[in-house]
Design a protein around this ligand. Structure first.
Ligand code: MN
Length: 747
């Protein structure tokens, strides 16, 4: 039988819910209609059906059917975050892609792109949570903020976590503590940052209850015991004020019962005071219903202070100067006739909503004043706009907190053990390797990004998990200097380039010494420096370097030294020996061409020539490579690959000696090329590689050099090739050998 696609399997239009589920759906729709202006009941009904059908047969730890969970999450989204129906639909389906056979494509088909994007985001973020290191809460929050393409992803994640915390008692104790501390560390502060104060408070209380049930019960019991006395006190306190307010036609609500158990406990801890003392600091909130304004708040303040004496230094005006998260309220502390201190908070309904529901509420009001209905797209755009364009605009002042915490210039990636690393944007696995340890950077051979082999020079993305495969020797590549962005990596690679240059200079010096010995000439360093200067080298180092890479013929230097030795002085006429003009270079090279002429592989300035040339040892160019020619002082030409580091250096410093060269069409010679093969260190690997070369490609191998480390194999194979296309063919074939992960051109 053919397998049904989810779209065929779940016939949402025709499916009939049972009575119990119909009841659940009805309740959800009711919450939606109470809290939102536009509710797409058909889509919510379909999402509910799909949620119910796809999770069927699965149970939660509590023994309840699984679908209860997404339905509850959807209710939290509707009731406590109340943004829009799209978030409700996404909440209903938030676990389907991860846990059921429903795919993102299915979701897009039924509910559209937006819902699919949100669910994809929720699924990804959930994955990120699983591999995190708990010590890096702040960085982790940044990661979440920068990962969420749609703000609703994070809002749904809050609702998801809130419901999981509400039902945490069904889990094993260790699991409870683990989840609760993660929630305390990450979700509660993040909810606070989003201004979702109700959710933050409830999360904290639930965590507190799970982690320290004894203390939680203690505070909760104390609160219960005092409840009646407290309510009596509030009534008494409010009696005269309330009468006055009603007389002046104020429409208001009083909130006076502290609900946040954890904050009372924390105050007790912090101030080292018993419950009673903390609790006796009464706080009463007076909320003015719409359409009261901020001016009305001041009038209420005036009425209260008519009755009770305010303590001036405890007065706070968060209405004129809101807190960074948008919180607005008037705070004053007054003393009752019986000498009791009471903090009074005065605010409008709108301010209270913002205080409890955060950004979402703020936007709703902002928008409501103008357009009348809240469209989430605009909210999302607005948040994004605020995040992306920090500007001194009073309307966006309150989200300063956000601006500070949105790190556009950084990315966050994980180590294989789940540790989080912050890197600059555009960082590569090489940067990552150096970030872990300089030795790892130096020995990096290959990288795995999210479990797949990836080039070391590829740019990393937020949330990538990166693993570096290292060899047992230094494997730095000077070309990386342009790929890396961190200081650590850059300075080490620069140092490496210098070392390499020093080594080449050293080799050049040895070549020179041998030449000098052969010619039985002795010359002091001082004298040689003078001669180097005549060749326009600042130091003998520079001259040796050119000898090392073949740019300066030691015979030419030898002649000059000999001349100097015999005459005791340098030539007076600089035109003979000092740096040549372009014309002279051309001339000398044509002279050389006439006299030597053995080449047939090269086209120089568009013409086939018989110039003497040789291939630079530093980069071993082969036909097909982009190459440049470098005219050495004795007139012959060194061919470098144009990307070769030495060639790049010559281009910068001695561009007048560079000539344009191309490969001739028909070349009979074989060229030396080298490839590096990285893969699993398995039995028979070398055999398989050499077999591919000799049998199927009939290529002659010059040498093969292998090393292995922790199950990884690295081989450098030198072989004779016709040119680049031949080499590419070889590389493709080698890639297909079982266990081979990466094949690179090796210089
Ligand atoms: Mn969930």
């Amino acid at each position: 039988m053919e397998k049904l696609t989810s779209i065929e399997k779940y016939n949402l239009e025709e499916y009939e819910l049972e009575t119990a589920q119909k009841q659940d759906l009805k309740q959800l729709l009711k919450v939606c209609l109470e809290n939102m202006d536009n509710v797409d009941e058909v889509s919510i009904t379909n999402a509910f059906k799909l949620c119910y059908m796809s999770h069927q047969g699965i149970k939660r730890a509590s023994g309840e059917p699984y679908y209860y969970h997404p339905v509850e999450v959807a209710k939290i989204v509707a009731n406590e975050i109340n943004i829009d129906d799209i978030s409700v639909i996404a909440a209903l389906l938030h676990d389907t892609v991860e846990d059921t056979d429903v795919t993102l494509e299915d979701i897009e088909y039924w509910f559209g792109k937006q819902v699919a994007v949100i669910i994809d985001g929720v699924t990804k973020i959930t994955g990120v949570f699983k591999s995190r290191d708990s010590k890096q809460a702040e960085t982790f929050m940044k990661l979440l903020l920068s990962m969420a393409e749609d703000i609703r992803v994070i809002l749904i994640k809050f609702a998801d976590r809130l419901h999981n915390m509400r039902t945490i008692q069904h889990l094993r104790r260790e699991k409870q503590i683990q989840i609760a501390s993660e929630t305390m560390e990450l979700y509660a502060p993040l909810a606070h940052r989003f201004g979702l104060f109700n959710i933050k408070n409830e999360l904290e209380d639930l965590c507190f209850k799970a982690i320290d049930p004894t203390s939680f019960k203690f505070v909760a019991r104390k609160l219960r015991e005092k409840k009646e006395a407290r309510e009596e006190f509030i009534d008494e306190f409010m009696m005269p004020v309330g009468r006055q307010l009603r007389q002046q036609h104020f429409n208001f609500e009083i909130k006076g019962r502290p609900k946040h158990i954890y904050s009372i406990y924390r105050k007790m801890q912090r101030q080292q005071k018993p419950f009673e003392e903390i609790y006796d600091l009464f706080a009463i909130r007076i909320i003015l219903e719409d359409p009261h304004t901020k001016e009305d708040c001041w009038r209420v303040y005036s009425i209260i202070t008519d009755w009770y004496t305010p303590i001036p230094e405890r007065f706070r005006d968060f209405i004129s100067v809101p807190k960074t998260n948008g919180y607005q309220s008037l705070h004053t502390t007054v003393i009752t006739n019986r000498g009791k201190k009471v903090e009074v908070q005065i605010r409008t309904r709108r301010m209270d909503d913002i205080a409890e529901k955060g950004l979402a509420a703020h936007w709703k009001y902002k928008e409501g004043e103008q357009a009348g209905s809240a469209s989430l797209d605009r909210f999302v755009n607005w948040v994004r706009d605020v995040l992306d364009n920090p500007r001194p605009d009073s309307s966006t002042d309150f989200v300063k907190d956000f601006q500070l915490n949105l790190y556009q210039d950084e990315i966050y990636v994980f180590t294989p053990t789940g540790e989080l690393k912050t890197l600059p944007k555009y960082a590569t696995p090489i940067d990552f390797a150096f970030e872990i340890h300089s030795e790892i950077g130096e020995r990096a051979m290959a990288a795995k990004v999210n479990g797949k082999m990836a080039p070391l020079r590829e740019k990393l993305k937020n949330g990538d998990q990166v693993e570096i495969i290292t060899g047992n020797k230094i494997n730095l590549n000077p070309d990386w200097i342009d790929d890396v962005v961190t200081h650590k990596a850059k300075s080490r690679i620069r140092q490496f380039i210098k070392q390499k240059q020093r080594k080449i200079s050293e080799e050049g010096r040895e070549i020179w010494i041998k030449r000098a010995e052969r010619g039985k000439v002795e010359i002091s360093d001082q004298e040689l420096t003078k001669i180097a200067k005549r060749f326009k080298y600042e130091t003998t180092q520079g001259m040796y370097y050119d000898i090392g890479i073949g740019a300066l013929d030691p015979n030419v230097l030898f002649k000059e030294v000999k001349k100097y030795k015999s005459t005791g002085r340098l030539e007076d006429d600089p035109s003979e020996t000092t740096s040549k003009t372009e014309e002279q270079i051309q001339e000398s090279y044509f002279n050389a061409a006439r006299s030597i002429g053995d080449g047939n592989a090269l086209i120089l300035n568009g013409e086939v020539t018989n110039v003497k040339y040789s291939y630079a040892n530093c980069c071993n160019p082969i036909p097909g490579d982009n190459v440049i020619g470098f005219i050495s002082r004795n007139g012959d030409i060194k061919i470098h690959r144009s990307m070769c580091n030495n060639a790049q250096h010559l281009l910068k410093t001695e561009s007048d000696r560079i000539v344009d060269v191309q490969w001739a069409k028909n070349i009979d010679n074989k060229f030396l090329g080298a490839v590096k093969v990285i893969g699993e260190d398995r039995v028979g690997m070398i055999n398989d590689l050499t077999d591919v070369l000799s049998k199927s490609l009939s290529t002659n191998m010059k040498s093969i050099n292998v090393s292995s480390d922790e199950g990884m194999f690295e081989g450098i194979i030198t072989l004779y090739v016709d040119g680049i296309s031949h080499l590419n063919k070889i590389m493709k074939r080698l890639e297909k050998v079982a266990g081979v992960k990466n094949v690179l051109r090796y210089e």
